[in-house]
Design a protein around this ligand. Structure first.
Ligand code: 6R9
Length: 652
C-alpha cells in the first residue's frame, strides 16, 4: 500500500524550547539572528561572492584561485586554478599566526599514558612522516590506507599524506582483514600505515596480524609502515615491505614544506557502508572540503582561543576527519584526543577526562549518551563538569529524552546543545543550531548553515509542503560536497543524483516545522507504512524512550495482511523486569504519547541492539528478524555479530 503523496505523517509533538543563555550569546561567534540571516542570504544570493571572501580569509593560497564554483550537476569544482594545502592550513598557517606554542593535541591513551603536541611540534612530526613517505616512494596521487589506533600518529599520518598530495583512506581499526583488503583493492592502495597493536578495554588487539592477513589479498600494496604502540613481541615484519615507524620517521628532517596543490586535488577517500553491496569510497578534495570543515567548525562550535575541545569520535569516521583533524586544527583549536573505550577502567572515564583536562566543548554521539544513561548517573555525579560550555551530538537523531538527560546531567542546564545533521558525503555539518542564537528544541537539528539550501521532495521529485515529511535533498552545491565515489561514476550518479535530477539526494527523510526548523525522520528505506500512513522510525522510538524503563529503541515494519505493515519494536530496558506487563505498558505509553496508529504490534526485549561500528542502529537487519526471515544483506559493518543471534530469543 503506497500513499500516492509520498508524504510522511508527523505525530510526535515536542515543544520544549531552550534559548541560549544570555552569557553565552554575549561572547558568541555568531551572536545575533541578523548576522546569520545576512550570511545565509549572501551565500544564497551571491554564492560566488560569499565563498570567494570566505576562502580568501580562511585558507592559505600559494596561488590565487580564479572562478569560485563550476557546477555541472552532479560535478562541482571549487576555487579553480588555486593552489593550497590542507596540512599547511592546519599547521603552518597557525604557526604563522602566532600559535606555534599553543597545544594542538592533548592526548591520553587508554592505559593512562599522556602526550601533548604544540602546533610547532605537530608540524615537525607531520613533516618527518611526510619525508619518510616520500623516501619510501609515495608521491602525489598515491592512495595510503591508514589502519591505526587513536594515537597522535593517526592524525599525523593523515596530515603527512595531505602535505605531499597523497590520498589517505582511513579504515577504522575494528574492521576485519577482509574489509581492509576490500578497501585496499577498491582504491588500489600503494601503502598501509598501521601499528603493532591496539588497546581496547585493557586487552591488546593485534593490528599488524590483521593487516598481514589483509595484505595477502591486497596485490597493489607495496609498503607497510608500522607504529610501535603496544610493544607486542615478535611482530612479523616482511622484508622489503614492512618498516617500523621509529626506524624511518623519527630520524627524518622536520623541515619538509607543504606541497602547493591544486584546489581539486583529492584529499581523502572514506568508505561508508551501503545497505547492500560493497562499501562506497566517498571522495573529498582539498580546498572546498578544508574550507567547509573549518567554517562549520567556527560557526557551530563557537570556537574561542582558550577552548579545550573534545570530539569523542574515531578518526576512522568522517566525524573524526572533519572535527578532530581538518576543522579544529585549521581553526587553531586545542583538541583532546582519547584512545580507548568510554567504560575503561570504569564507566566514568569520559567524565574523568572532562574534569582532568577542563574540557569546554564536548562533541559525542547519541549511542554514547544512551549508554551513559544506562550506566547510571552516579558515574557522572562523581565529577566536576563545570568547565563545559557547549555540547554537540552527531550520528543519529537524538531522542528528546536523551537530549534532556544530556542537557541536565552533562550540561548542568547551562550548555547549549548543537544537534548536528550531516553525512560522510557532505564533508561537514549541514544543519545545526548556532549555539549563540538558536532556541533549540530537543530532537530538531534546526536550521541550515550558510550555503545550504535544503529541499523536501516527494517520490516524483516535486518539492512538497515541507511540514509533512518527505525526502531531504540539497538543491545547491556547497564547497564540502563529495566529488564522487572513487572509481565508480555510475554508482555516484545513480545513488545521489538520479531520483531527483540536479539535486543531491541525502537518503534521509525530513520535515520542516512552523518555525522553519528541520527534523530528520530517519532513512528513506526505514519508513513504516501502516494502513497507508507513512511513519518515521524516530518518532515512535522517541515515544518509547520517553518511558522510564526504556534505554534504547529501534522500530521497524513487518508485513501485516490487514494493515500493510505492522510495527515491531526492539527495546533495551533498565530498572525493570522484561515481562508481559511492561510490554502492555509500553504499548499504551506510545499510544498515549503519539496515538493509536503508532502503537507497536510487537515489543521485543533485547539485551543490545545491532549497531554499526560507529554506533548507528542497523534497522535493516531488525526488519529481517521481525519478519522471522533469515538475515540477508551485508553484515560486515555490524559491530558485534553475536547480537543478531541473541535477538531471535526475546528475553521475556
Ligand atoms: C556525520 C555522520 C550519515 C547519516 C545521516 C543520518 C544520520 C547523522 C544525524 C543523523 C539525525 C543527526 N545522522 N547525524 N540523523 N540527526 N544529527 O554521521 O555521517 O556516518 O555518513 O552518517 O547519519 O541518517 O544520513 P555518516
Amino acid at each position: 500500500m503506497t500513499d500516492p503523496s509520498g508524504q510522511i505523517d508527523h505525530i510526535l509533538i515536542e515543544d520544549r524550547k531552550f534559548p541560549p543563555p544570555a552569557e553565552f550569546t554575549k561572547r558568541a561567534v555568531v551572536s545575533t539572528q541578523a548576522q546569520y540571516d545576512e550570511m545565509y542570504a549572501k551565500a544564497r544570493d551571491d554564492r560566488d561572492g560569499f565563498w570567494k571572501a570566505e576562502a580568501n580569509e580562511h585558507l592559505h593560497w600559494f596561488e590565487p584561485f580564479g572562478d569560485v564554483c563550476q557546477w555541472n550537476a552532479p560535478h562541482a569544482k571549487w576555487f579553480l586554478g588555486g593552489k593550497t594545502n590542507a596540512s599547511y592550513n592546519c599547521l603552518d598557517r597557525n604557526i604563522d599566526a602566532g600559535r606555534g606554542d599553543k597545544l594542538a593535541i592533548v592526548w591520553e591513551g587508554e592505559p593512562g599514558d599522556t602526550r601533548t603536541l604544540t602546533y610547532t611540534e605537530l608540524r615537525s612530526e607531520v613533516a618527518k612522516c611526510a619525508a619518510a613517505l616520500t623516501q619510501i616512494g609515495i608521491s602525489a596521487g598515491d592512495v595510503v590506507s591508514i589502519y591505526m589506533p587513536m594515537t597522535p600518529e593517526l592524525p599525523i599520518a593523515m596530515l603527512a599524506c595531505a602535505r605531499i598530495g597523497a590520498i589517505h583512506s582511513v579504515i577504522f581499526a575494528g574492521f576485519s582483514a577482509e574489509s581492509i583488503a576490500d578497501r585496499n583493492n577498491d582504491a588500489s592502495a600503494k601503502m598501509v600505515i598501521t601499528a603493532d597493536g591496539l588497546y581496547r578495554r585493557g586487552k591488546v588487539l593485534p593490528l599488524k596480524e590483521t593487516v598481514d592477513e589483509a595484505l595477502a589479498k591486497s596485490p597493489t600494496v607495496e609498503h607497510c609502515l608500522v607504529l610501535q604502540r603496544t610493544g607486542t613481541e615478535n611482530v612479523p615484519m616482511t622484508e622489503g615491505r614492512d618498516v617500523w615507524w621509529h626506524d624511518v620517521v623519527d630520524s627524518q628532517s622536520d623541515d619538509f614544506p607543504a606541497v602547493p596543490l591544486d584546489s581539486e586535488t583529492p584529499l581523502f577517500i572514506l568508505y561508508t557502508s551501503g545497505s547492500t553491496g560493497k562499501p562506497k569510497g566517498i571522495l573529498h578534495t582539498t580546498a572546498g572540503y578544508n574550507l567547509w570543515a573549518k567554517r562549520t567548525f567556527d560557526w557551530v562550535f563557537d570556537h574561542r582561543e582558550d577552548d579545550i575541545y573534545w570530539c569523542t569520535a574515531d578518526c576512522g569516521w568522517i566525524t573524526g576527519h572533519s572535527y578532530i583533524v581538518y576543522g579544529p586544527l585549521s581553526a587553531g583549536a586545542t583538541c583532546l584526543m582519547y584512545e580507548g573505550a568510554p567504560n575503561h577502567p570504569a564507566e566514568d572515564r569520559f567524565w574523568d577526562l572532562v574534569e582532568k583536562y577542563k574540557v569546554t566543548i564536548l562533541y559525542t554521539a547519541p549511542t554514547a549518551v544512551r549508554a551513559f544513561i544506562k550506566w547510571g548517573d552516579e558515574h557522572v555525579e562523581k565529577h566536576d563538569l563545570s568547565s563545559l560550555r557547549l555540547l554537540g551530538s552527531v550520528g543519529e537523531g537524538i531522542n528528546p529524552e536523551a537530549w534532556i538527560w544530556y542537557h541536565k546531567m552533562i550540561g548542568g542546564e547551562r550548555c547549549p546543545i548543537v544537534d548536528t545533521w550531516w553525512q560522510t558525503e557532505t564533508g561537514g555539518i549541514m544543519m545545526s543550531p548556532l549555539p549563540g542564537i538558536t532556541a533549540t528544541i530537543p530532537g530538531s537539528c534546526t536550521t541550515p548553515l550558510p550555503g545550504i539550501v535544503p529541499a523536501i521532495v516527494d517520490e516524483a521529485g516535486n518539492v512538497v509542503d515541507a511540514q509533512h515529511g518527505g525526502m531531504l535533498c540539497i538543491a545547491e552545491p556547497w564547497p564540502g560536497m563529495l566529488r564522487g565515489i572513487y572509481g565508480d561514476e555510475q554508482r555516484f550518479v545513480e545513488q545521489y543524483w538520479s531520483m531527483v535530477p540536479g539535486k543531491y539526494l541525502t537518503g534521509d527523510n525530513a520535515r520542516k516545522d512552523e518555525h522553519g526548523f528541520y527534523w530528520i525522520m530517519g532513512r528513506i528505506d526505514d519508513v513504516i507504512n501502516v494502513s497507508g500512513h507513512r511513519l518515521s522510525t524516530i518518532e515512535v522510538e522517541s515515544a518509547l524512550v520517553s518511558h522510564d524503563a526504556v534505554c534504547e529503541a529501534a522500530v521497524v515494519g513487518r508485513h501485516d495482511d490487514l494493515k500493510g505493515q505492522a510495527i515491531a519494536a526492539f527495546v533495551t530496558i533498565h530498572n525493570r523486569e522484561p515481562n508481559e506487563e511492561l510490554r502492555k505498558e509500553l504499548k499504551l505509553h506510545v499510544r498515549k504519547q503519539i496515538g493509536a496508529l503508532a502503537q507497536p504490534d510487537d515489543i521485543r526485549f533485547a539485551a543490545t541492539l545491532p549497531k554499526t561500528r560507529s554506533g548507528k542502529i542497523m534497522r535493516r537487519l531488525l526488519r529481517d528478524v521481525a519478519s522471522g526471515r533469515e538475515v540477508v544483506g551485508d553484515t560486515s559493518t555490524l559491530e558485534d555479530l553475536s547480537v543478531l543471534a541473541k535477538l531471535g530469543d526475546d528475553e521475556a
